[in-house]
Design a protein around this ligand. Structure first.
Ligand code: PBG
Length: 328
């Protein structure tokens, strides 16, 4: 560090808004954001998620309107999640990889109407399995990873055929990136990219999402495959593995409670890095501001800025549209 004179007075550089603007080190732009979208079957549906005020489940027609709002704000992409009714779920999560499945139909519709908007799709089974775990279970009720990887390949192929630009595997299945890369390349979908949820912790902050996506495990929890929040060095092994397997981009999740990991990954690799401001982070800020304890705009933008300052290139946020309205 540069030696500093004890006569230096930092306040000289903070006095006017012009000098603060001149010296600002980081900032947010609309192109930093990806907007997650919860999809449901049907027509004309836009139903608010009770644990996430201001976030809705959308039928495809309504999702297209949301995409128009994203495009208007120059948000570069959306991240799709399918929400299933209970009759569509089974032990394998087979509704996820149908060529006429919900996410597949949504992707085709979005690419048809907004060809320049990137479509990312979350690749996991917990929204599609009747037991709510992120894959196939064996006789011991433990996840069967080889069988799950085969299903993940079916899912990835169906996404690629539906025009998805970026596949985002989120199940923390060892070998998931390689399995997806291999099937994509074998089927000549070499231009489809992989954003790996490489560093994903077993977090209580996913609570509202599981309500939104009806994806809570019916027994047990996800600690046998998601990371222990106590661990930092383990994240570097996850990072190395996913890069070796061919991940194009890396994600750290959640964001605000894991800013140290965002900084670690930024310093250790040159690949594009995303952070997911997860459902619990959103709901926490929303609820506190609805109760009058926090200023929503200020607390939201400060959190997003902190994620960017920690080293994220991009942020997945349920509040992306609102944040963009306040940036200029
Ligand atoms: C699917 C998935 C989850 C989230 C993203 N993809 C839930 C989970 O792992 O339990 C969480 C996103 C959020 O909380 O906003 N596995």
């Amino acid at each position: 560090m540069t030696p500093i004179s004890s006569l230096h007075r930092p306040r000289r550089l903070r006095r006017q808004s012009a000098i603060r603007a001149l010296l600002r080190e980081t900032g947010l732009r609309s192109t930093d954001f990806l907007l997650p979208i919860f999809l449901v079957d049907g027509q004309g549906i836009r139903s608010e998620i009770s644990s996430m005020p201001g976030v809705f489940r959308h039928s495809i027609d309504s999702a297209l309107q949301l995409c128009a709002e994203a495009v208007a704000r120059e948000i570069p992409g959306v991240l799709l999640f399918g929400v299933m009714d209970s009759q569509s779920k089974d032990a394998q999560g087979s509704a996820s990889w149908q060529s006429d499945g919900l996410v597949q139909r949504a992707s085709l519709a979005i690419k048809g109407q907004f060809p320049d908007l990137l479509v990312l799709a979350d690749a996991c089974f917990c929204e599609y399995t009747d037991h709510g775990h992120c894959g196939v279970l064996n006789a011991h009720q433990d996840r069967d990873d080889p069988a799950t990887l085969e299903n993940l390949q079916r899912l990835a192929l169906s996404y690629a055929e539906a025009g998805v630009d970026v596949i985002a595997p989120s199940g923390m299945v060892d070998g998931m990136v390689q399995a997806i890369r291999e099937i994509l390349d074998a089927a000549r979908h070499e231009n489809v990219a992989i954003l790996s949820y490489a560093i994903k912790y077993a977090s209580a902050f996913y609570g509202p999402f599981r309500d939104a996506a009806d994806s809570a495990p019916s027994f047990g929890d996800r600690r046998a495959y998601q990371m222990d929040p106590a661990n930092r060095r383990e994240a570097f092994r996850e990072l190395q593995l996913d890069l070796a397997e061919g991940a194009d981009m890396i994600m750290v999740k959640p964001a605000l409670a894991y800013l140290d990991l965002i900084r670690d990954v930024r310093e250790r690799c040159d690949f594009p890095l995303f952070a997911y401001q997860v459902s619990g982070e959103y709901s926490m800020l929303r609820a506190a501001s609805q109760a009058g304890f926090l200023d929503w705009q200020g607390a939201l933008l400060e959190s997003l800025l902190a994620i960017k300052r920690a080293g994220a290139d991009g942020i997945i946020s349920y509040a992306a549209l609102e944040a963009c309205d306040w940036l200029s």
